[in-house]
Design a protein around this ligand. Structure first.
Ligand code: GAL
Length: 673
């Protein structure tokens, strides 16, 4: 980003002229420098096929520009107009029983429908060419939240496209049969025409390899759908940036989908976590998870009031909470923040999705708080642009195959993302700088790297992991890792397969723990003994590997449960069970005592305080965030530099009001000493 973006989602189509006239001034006084528009306005932009009218948006863009506010426009394909689905019902996507979705909300068109794609290209081209010469349109969002409500598609268009996708993946039907293991339950296909998407109308469990290819197919379809729009936009004006707001299932944001964009955006609604004490960790995890896909990001929608839809209505953020959440997003890598939404709409499915302004358009505390935030961002954010979030502890995340392969055959075990969340929360709450890192991006800026039960280990990751360890990193791998191949079939060799050599481990026996109370399987390591849950593995170890923990019950008594292999300057640890909340506190202490895990940067910070930093070549920016509803004062363990926001008192303590934030800047050298 060249400039820090601060703005809102604006829907001029929802308001009359009198209200619209006052908006540029209101927005300028809220310190916005940009708005996002158009993502659901197709029926207004094109009232019937070929009848285009962009005048409302032309006028709005101009009157905002007069106040110094630029526009991000959106391709409007998330809300196809009724005339389109009425005239071309074949554009509708179909649910898991093959029943077409209907007009009446949004996201009901199929990315695989050639008719819909033609219309998507056409409206994108019309808009792109129209706005290309307009200097006040600075960039684009494609569609809106692909796969948000509904990510599957079993329409006829999808059936046809699925076969094409499979033909591009497999040279012959025999190859597909082998990859999917169709000899099981007589599932063999004689030709591609017989293959269907895995609908939810089978009498028993269906084939996990079929399911994984179907998820790959959904990702492929949405990526191509988006790419067609991106190419049109880039051709019309190469200076525009293009982004998309995520993140949802069945999209490989670490892959081509984001390669086609300038940056990924994220829509942040921390109040979906109803427990205020868990909300900070919940938000930090979501932000870190987003950053793992494509680096720094923009918050395209930021909670700016209580959200309400259907049968739920969030708590109203208390005074200071919106500002605090926005600064938290910045601390975790946001290089721009847009509120959602500018004003609560009086009608429609989200009439109680509350905005910065209430329905009556009277500025109240949320508006003044946002305006304060805008003022602060104006002063501070330009320094932060492009700086990276610092991470001591990395947790593997954001890998499409691992996340998706788990879905059709979970065995009742938590998905890798859920375990990553547990690990993240543990380190986050204990004063570590923790982040999510895709295995391909692993390097020695991180000290310790956890792999939360990645059943698929891409052979290309092995040299990256090995180099990481040889250069001093600690690699800690959870049970069941490496047990499957890229087709979602079980590997033919002993577990952990591709990781056997690196870990020095071979799994002798494994099993689930469905009732650990009845048949407890504690692990003993050092001075600790802790219960385990979900899973056990007993390990046999190669010559260069030692047991640093063993099972302490039943027929496993004495058999290795945790292994350590020193390698170069680093260490590889394999844990023969699942990471969970009971195990982690003691395991962390034990690993610290063995120099496998580093010490936290701020072990004594108050629990309600988060300390997160971003850094560039010259500076470190430390964010101290009071997530609690009580004022707090405390003395951080290290000097944090000069205050850009917030202050220290005479005793050199940081004092923070409820939900308050302080930001400090220090030269990198100060931190190192
Ligand atoms: C997002 C979406 C917005 C709005 C918001 C509140 O998922 O992009 O259009 O629906 O949530 O529900």
């Amino acid at each position: 980003m060249k400039n820090y973006l601060f703005g809102t989602s604006y829907y001029p189509e929802h308001w009359n002229e009198a209200v619209r006239e006052g908006d540029p001034k209101l927005f300028a006084e809220a310190n916005y420098n940009v708005v996002r528009m158009g993502e659901f306005a197709w029926s207004l932009l094109e009232t019937e096929e070929g009848k285009l009218d962009f005048s409302l948006f032309d006028q709005t863009i101009e009157s905002l520009a007069a106040k110094g506010i630029k526009t991000i426009f959106c391709t409007p394909t998330a809300a196809p107009p009724r005339w389109l689905s009425f005239k071309y019902p074949e554009i509708l996507r179909a649910d898991e029983r093959g029943i077409p979705l209907e007009h009446g909300s949004r996201q009901h068109a199929s990315h695989f429908s050639e008719t819909f794609r033609q219309h998507s290209r056409r409206i994108t081209r019309e808009l792109a060419e129209h706005f290309a010469p307009n200097p006040n349109v600075i960039g684009w969002q494609t569609d809106n939240e692909f796969h948000c409500h509904f990510s599957e598609d079993h329409s006829q268009s999808a059936q046809h496209a699925f076969r094409e996708f499979l033909k591009s993946r497999y040279d012959s039907i025999e190859e597909l049969n082998t990859a999917w293991g169709t000899s099981f339950w007589s599932l063999d296909y004689q030709n591609f025409d017989q293959v269907e998407t895995p609908k939810n109308n089978r009498p028993a469990a269906s084939n996990p390899a079929h399911a994984l290819d179907y998820y790959r197919f959904l990702n492929w379809g949405v990526t191509l759908f988006q790419r067609e729009q991106v190419e049109i936009l880039r051709k019309a004006n190469p200076n525009w940036f293009v982004t998309h707001n995520g993140v949802f299932e069945h999209i490989d944001y670490h892959g081509d989908f984001c390669q086609d964009l300038d940056f990924l955006s994220y829509d942040s609604y921390p109040f979906f976590e109803h427990d205020p004490s868990k909300r900070p960790a919940f938000a930090a995890f979501s932000l870190d998870w987003t950053r793992a896909y494509a680096g720094n990001f923009v918050i395209m929608e930021h909670q700016s009031g209580p959200g309400g839809q259907g049968n739920y209505f969030h708590d109203n953020p208390e005074p200071g909470e919106i500002r605090k959440m926005a600064w938290t997003s910045v601390a975790h890598g946001a290089d721009g923040v847009f509120l959602f939404r500018e004003r609560s709409c009086r009608f429609g499915a989200e009439e109680f999705w509350c905005g910065v302004l209430d329905h009556d358009n009277i500025p109240r505390r949320r508006y003044y708080e946002v305006s304060q935030l805008g003022n602060e961002l104006k002063a501070i954010a330009p320094k932060l642009l492009g700086s990276e979030v610092s991470v001591q502890i990395g947790i593997a995340g954001g890998d499409f195959v691992n996340d998706e392969a788990h879905l059709p055959l979970s065995l009742g075990l938590p998905k890798p993302k859920s375990v990553a969340r547990i690990l993240h929360r543990h380190f986050y709450e204990n004063g570590y700088e923790v982040g999510i890192v895709h295995p391909q991006d692993l390097d020695n800026r991180i000290q310790t790297y956890f792999i939360p039960h990645y059943t698929y280990i891409d052979p290309e990751w092995i040299p990256i992991m090995e180099q990481f360890v040889r250069q001093g990193g600690s690699l800690i791998i959870g049970a069941r890792s490496g047990t499957k191949d890229q087709n979602n079939n079980v590997i033919a060799t002993s577990f952990p397969g591709a990781l056997s050599e690196l870990t020095g481990v071979s799994v002798e026996e494994y099993g689930a723990q469905n009732n650990p109370q009845a048949r407890a399987l504690p692990i003993r390591f050092g001075i600790f003994e802790t219960p385990t849950s979900l899973w056990y593995e007993s390990l046999s170890l190669s010559a260069n590997t030692t047991a640093i923990g063993s099972w302490n019950a039943r027929h496993l008594e004495g058999s290795p449960a945790i292994s350590l292999r020193p390698l170069g300057k680093g260490k590889v640890v394999y844990l023969g069970t699942y990471f969970d909340e009971k195990l982690l506190p003691q395991l962390s202490l034990y690993l610290q005592s063995m120099d496998i895990l580093c010490e936290p940067g701020f072990p004594k910070k108050p629990r309600q305080v988060e300390i997160t930093s971003r850094q560039d070549d010259a500076h470190r920016y430390t964010f101290v965030i009071n997530h609690g509803d009580r004022p707090i004062q405390f003395q951080p363990e290290h000097g944090l530099g000069t205050a850009l926001l917030g202050y220290k008192n005479e005793q050199n303590e940081i004092e923070l009001e409820p939900y308050d934030v302080a930001i400090f800047q220090s030269p990198q050298k100060l931190q190192e000493s």
